[in-house]
Write a protein of this length. Structure first.
Length: 227
């Protein structure tokens, strides 16, 4: 090794060489831009570096988001959720961890993690719960299973803000008394806030304190409809 090569540089070169070799055996395209031979190319991976920023739900609950949901970020998240691209989970988990760290720093004290329950249809289609996968890959404490769906609900994809709120209203319930427990709620994307709001309502209905929420990405401000 020459004096100009640092251990970090050597490790990076070895990693790239290993990825080149793997791409020959298992061809893959970048989930962010479609480029060849990488699950995430260097340029798209840079776009997924967490840059946490705050939002608020209508009830004032703070939500920390690591990324803005557009461009590369949107394509990578959709690949992970809808196309089985679990090979990008680690990069998204790093982003989620960044949002959780900021949320936790703003709300001192012990907190448990909770996630909105996925629908049966979504779980059957994907074979996994995206948010729980990201939490596990990020090394976060395992989210509790204290929320349940009262009924199946329509897909949120084609619904506007008001329709999403109506679709989700009263759809979740706390499975038991949660008195004396504090929660941070996790989700993947903050769009209108309807999913998080319903999960938080159900947790509080069970007697819990919900101090904040954290998400991988939030849609741009003009489409949030949030404060």
């Amino acid at each position: 090794m020459s004096s100009a090569q640092t251990p970090v540089a050597v490790t990076s070169r070895l990693r790239e060489a290993a990825l080149d070799a793997l791409a020959v055996l298992l061809p893959v395209s970048c989930a962010g831009c479609g480029g060849d031979d990488r699950a995430l190319c260097a340029a798209c991976r840079t776009q997924l570096a967490p840059r946490p920023f705050p939002r608020s739900l209508d009830d004032g609950t703070p939500v920390w988001s690591a990324l803005t949901y557009d461009g590369v970020v949107r394509r990578v998240i959709l690949g992970f959720k809808e196309q089985g691209r679990t090979d990008v989970a680690r990069a998204l988990a790093v982003a989620l961890s960044g949002a959780v760290s900021r949320a936790g720093a703003q709300a001192a004290g012990e907190m448990e993690l909770a996630v909105p329950p996925t629908s049966r249809a979504s779980f059957r289609r994907r074979g996994y719960d995206p948010v729980r996968v990201l939490a596990r890959v990020a090394g976060l404490p395992r989210p509790v299973r204290e929320l349940a769906n009262l009924h199946e609900r329509a897909s949120q994809k084609t619904l506007d803000r008001e329709q999403r709120a109506v679709n989700l209203a009263g759809s979740m319930i706390a499975a038991r008394s949660l008195e004396g427990r504090r929660f941070l709620v996790l989700d993947d994307v903050l769009t209108t806030g309807a999913t998080l709001s319903e999960a938080i309502r159900a947790l509080r209905g069970g007697g819990a304190e919900v101090v904040a929420a954290a998400v991988v990405a939030a849609t741009p401000r003009h489409s949030l409809g949030l404060s």
